[in-house]
Design a protein around this ligand. Structure first.
Ligand SMILES: [Zn+2]
Length: 275
């Protein structure tokens, strides 16, 4: 325990309740309504990815009707040949600074809470990077291909509401130096916290060099499946080593933690036209 700060589940409840994690709002409600959960596994929490709590049951939970009835849900299959290629698509500009590495295993993913001050600007609006987290395998597919991991960079609007997510697909390849320390110290169990001392990360390292993207309007991929989110999914993947990918995939109850593909229902996926 010398290198890392460990906190109790009770102490964590406050952090989870105030977090803006895509995955945490339903969990936070669970925490408020439950006396003292000692351990939250994917099965004990009210939603998860297998059996009776699997994604096809999410819509049955109070407050989560959109998960079943919503028409603009995420994730989706991204198909390059079917995108609407535009000349004048607003291109996001990233203004990310470094952040401490503060990880929470919330029973649905490992969330990296990002230090304040990093923003994304697009279409005259500014969004704040609040956290990023991982899914395995990827939630979006690109031209029929599923990737071993996907990272979601969650941005909030001026009211602190999640409003824009940048998705980046991750393929097996070179080691990701920016995630070296973090992925050696992933919090293993639900309710655990890990903050490797003096470790920093710059979320820019989670973006591919070529920032061509698909854009569409979708939802949270976790309950309550709130709609109206802007999605920017990078066309090009980033790389992580097989051992880094395996470190996440070995975490109990988090493999898999991807929601199945959702129907487009007539939505248009935009992409930049090549010049
Ligand atoms: Zn996500």
């Amino acid at each position: 325990m010398s290198r890392f700060r460990a906190v109790s589940v009770r102490a964590l409840q406050g952090a989870l309740v105030s977090s803006v994690c895509l995955a945490s709002s339903a969990l936070a409600q669970d925490l408020r309504g439950t006396p003292a959960p000692v351990f939250l596994s994917g099965e004990d929490a009210h939603w998860g990815y297998s059996q009776t709590v699997s994604p096809q049951h999410w819509g049955e939970l109070p407050g989560n009707a959109l998960c079943a009835a919503g028409l603009d849900q995420s994730p989706i299959a991204l198909v390059t040949a079917e995108t609407d290629r535009q000349h004048h698509l607003d291109v996001p500009s990233f203004h990310y600074g470094a952040s401490r590495v503060r990880m929470t295993n919330n029973g649905h993913t490992v969330q990296f809470t990002y230090d304040a001050g990093s923003t994304l600007q697009v279409g005259g609006n500014t969004y704040h990077l609040a956290q990023f987290h991982f899914h395995t395998p990827s939630e979006h597919t690109k031209d029929g291909v599923e990737y071993p991991l996907e990272v979601h960079l969650v941005h909030t609007d001026a009211h602190g509401t999640p409003a824009l997510v940048v998705g980046v697909l991750i393929k097996e390849g070179l080691v990701h130096p920016g995630l070296l320390t973090a992925f050696r110290n992933l919090p293993k169990h639900a309710g655990e916290h890990s903050q490797p001392l003096s470790a920093l990360i710059n979320a820019s390292s989670l973006l591919p060099f070529n920032k061509a993207f698909y854009k569409y309007v979708g939802s949270l991929t976790t309950p309550p499946c709130t709609e109206g989110l802007q999605w920017y999914v990078m066309k090009n993947p980033i790389e992580m080593s097989d051992s880094q990918i395996a470190a996440f995939q070995r975490l109990p109850y988090l493999n898999p933690n991807n929601r199945p593909l959702q129907p487009l229902n007539g939505r248009v996926v935009s992409a930049q036209r090549r010049h």
